[in-house]
Ligand binder design. Structure first.
Ligand SMILES: Nc1ncnc2c1ncn2[C@@H]1O[C@H](COP(=O)(O)OP(=O)(O)OP(=O)(O)O)[C@@H](O)[C@H]1O
Length: 618
């Protein structure tokens, strides 16, 4: 009982939200659509009544009033013609409302997604599942729920008016019809519940299918896929996902077939019983020809109205569930900037104080009591083997996650008390897994500072700093060349897109990070991993110049790039195990010295070393 009440509450909440959404998206069209719905609901009864009156009049033979018969005939024809006109206008209004609602829903959904703070939602498979359902809902659910509301209204008006008509002819029959309709409705609700449960259960299957599909068409995946011959394997897995979905859907459809067959039998039986009652009444002279016609039209009308609603129930049940996911995502809390303290320019430095962090509450600790200080005008280098936690530390600094224990302090203020967006505006960063946007070259750089997205002079300045200006200027449309091999420009004159090399993309990412001028903290996570040796040397000199007077955190596996940092921290399994200047750490002979010597020895050529040795001896 309480479950049914909960279900009803859920239905009311969802349908209410869909109706409110439609009202906001297209108020005028909604009012007209409602009026037309009420009109179409009464068409059957009006048409039936006019036909009955016409037949009764004609049945009077020579006594018939020809003027009245003619008026009734014209009236019945007008009702049919009018209902067709209403249908056409309704279709147009449905289009207007559908577009209004789709735009509104997509805008609201992705405004919310864009406003979500941090990364944890985006690294949660359950969130992606919900988002998929919500997007599905954004496309169809409000419309289907509104169609359901309209079908219910139409059904109520049709059944109400026609039942009144049938009641006049045969009261028991009216009851029978309503009962049969009610049973069919309940059965359909059960069927729709099965379908909803199936849709939710199949979300991961469809997401895997999408994933294999993306791998089959993605240009980057195509390289490995061709080289390792992965095409058949991916295809097989994609088809297997689809087959799984198809098998499960067909199983539910088969289950529903029995229900459907029982419903058809019930409908036919009710119609047969009704016809029998009326035919007998006519034979016994209790009913006239018009009554028979009216009754048969009413039976067909009521069953048609119920069937119309039944068809909507299936979609509506599914929509209630998917739309619920949309409403849940819309209701997710986002950070309220007004609740946070403004961020002052950095004067002393950023401090990590005994920071502990793990990605999942049950997962292993990734950072275990990290403490380090990045002075406002100093540089810090972070060293550590793969998986030590370096990039995780960067994510915490950018407030993409918050520490579980300990604090990150911005001039002594816990960053959790600060407005995250304002904090991010005071810093810039290049990430190890930087983005390559399929935009123009200028936009790829300008995105680093949206206020200067069109500032070509500034864009070229930072491109020069990142030593990519010459290359970009030489592209077919210079900085306005699209950097894409998968999208084409919407503008016909635009030359075909081009792609860059890995190192060139990295320079572009670096230029993007340099776009922001008024920043206090510069975070560079492997900014030169893809650069050739000469370029790396130049870039680091440029970065050192550019970063002067700011707090800098530099991460690199190329240890030579870090040696000039004021302080170096060695991170191992989430702990700082050494710290000091390059010279101090080399003298100490610990992990840093071991890693540095190991890397340096890889660059030693014995012939050069032995020549150097001979010179020393001489
Ligand atoms: N989003 C994530 N969810 C769960 N675990 C993660 C996530 N990102 C990283 N990890 C785990 O956290 C640990 C530290 O990863 P991190 O990327 O910080 O290392 P790193 O020092 O930057 O390594 P590398 O030198 O390879 O870039 C790893 O064991 C990794 O598996």
């Amino acid at each position: 009982m309480s479950e049914a009440r909960g279900g009803l509450r859920e239905l009311t909440r969802t349908v209410g939200a869909a109706v409110a959404l439609q009202w906001r998206a297209a108020p005028l069209a909604s009012v007209f659509a409602l009026l037309l719905t009420l009109c179409t609901g009464s068409v059957a009864a009006a048409g039936g009544w006019l036909t009955k009156a016409l037949l009764d009049e004609l049945g009077r033979g020579a006594l018939a009033d020809s003027q009245r018969a003619l008026t009734l005939a014209v009236g019945a024809a007008a009702v049919v013609g009018g209902s067709m006109a209403i249908l056409n206008v309704s279709e147009y209004l449905t289009g207007v409302i559908r577009w209004g609602v789709t735009l509104e829903v997509e805008r609201r959904l992705f405004t919310k997604v864009a406003a979500l703070e941090g990364l944890h939602h985006f690294e949660d498979p359950a969130f992606h599942g919900r988002l998929r359902l919500a997007e599905e809902a954004a496309r169809d659910a409000p419309q289907q729920l509104i169609e359901f509301v309209k079908a219910t209204l139409r059904m109520l008006v049709t059944v109400g008016t026609l039942s009144a008509v049938v009641l006049l002819v045969s009261p028991p029959m009216a009851l029978l019809l309503l009962l049969a309709g009610g049973v069919a409705l309940l059965a359909q609700l059960v069927r729709s519940r099965w379908l909803v449960e199936l849709a939710v259960a199949l979300v991961p299957t469809y997401r895997w299918r999408d994933f294999y599909h993306a791998l089959l068409v993605d240009v980057r995946a195509a390289k490995e896929s061709r080289l390792f011959g992965l095409g058949d394997l991916l295809l097989e897995r994609m088809v297997a996902s689809l087959r799984k979905a198809a098998d499960r859907e067909l199983a539910v459809t088969r289950k529903g077939l029995a229900v459907q067959a029982a419903l058809s039998l019930l409908t036919a039986a009710v119609a047969a019983v009704g016809s029998f009652i009326v035919a007998r009444g006519a034979l016994q002279g209790r009913l006239q020809l018009g009554d028979v016609s009216l009754f048969l039209a009413a039976v067909a009308g009521i069953q048609g109205a119920f069937n119309g609603l039944l068809a909507q129930v299936e979609f509506a049940g599914r929509s209630v569930q998917t739309f619920k996911h949309y409403l849940d995502i819309i209701a997710l809390p986002v950070h309220a900037p007004e609740a946070s303290r403004p961020v002052a320019p950095l004067r002393h430095g950023v401090e990590l104080r005994d920071v502990w962090f793990r990605y999942d509450a049950q997962g292993p600790w990734v950072l275990r009591g990290v403490s380090l200080f990045i002075p406002a005008a100093g540089s810090v280098g972070l060293v550590g083997v793969n998986g030590a936690g370096k990039s995780t530390l960067v994510k915490l600094l950018c407030r993409l996650y918050d520490a579980e224990r300990g604090q990150i302090l911005w001039d002594g203020v816990d960053v959790r008390e600060l407005d995250a967006r304002a904090l991010r505006r005071r810093m810039t960063a290049t990430f190890q897994d930087f983005m390559t946007y399929d935009f123009t070259a200028a936009e790829n750089i300008g995105l680093g500072d949206l206020d200067r997205l069109k500032d070509e002079a500034r864009i070229r300045d930072v491109a020069r700093l990142a030593e990519i200006d010459e290359k970009l200027a030489s592209l077919p449309a210079g900085y306005h060349t699209l950097l894409s091999r998968v999208l084409e420009g919407e503008d016909e004159d635009m030359p075909a897109g081009v792609s860059l090399s890995g190192g060139q993309w990295q320079r572009l990412a670096l230029a993007r990070a340099l776009m922001r001028q008024d920043v206090d903290l510069l975070v560079l996570d492997e900014p030169s991993s893809g650069l050739d040796a000469a370029a790396e040397f130049h870039i680091h000199r440029t970065l050192a110049r550019h970063g002067e007077g700011r707090a800098r955190l530099l991460i690199s596996h190329r240890m030579s790039a870090l040696r000039s940092a004021d302080t170096l921290f060695v991170l191992s399994e989430g702990r700082i195990i050494e710290q000091g200047s390059h010279d101090a750490l080399m003298t100490a002979g610990g992990e840093y010295a071991r890693l540095f010597t190991l890397q340096a020895s890889g660059y030693q050529d014995e012939r050069v070393a032995s020549r150097a040795g001979q010179k020393e001896v001489a």
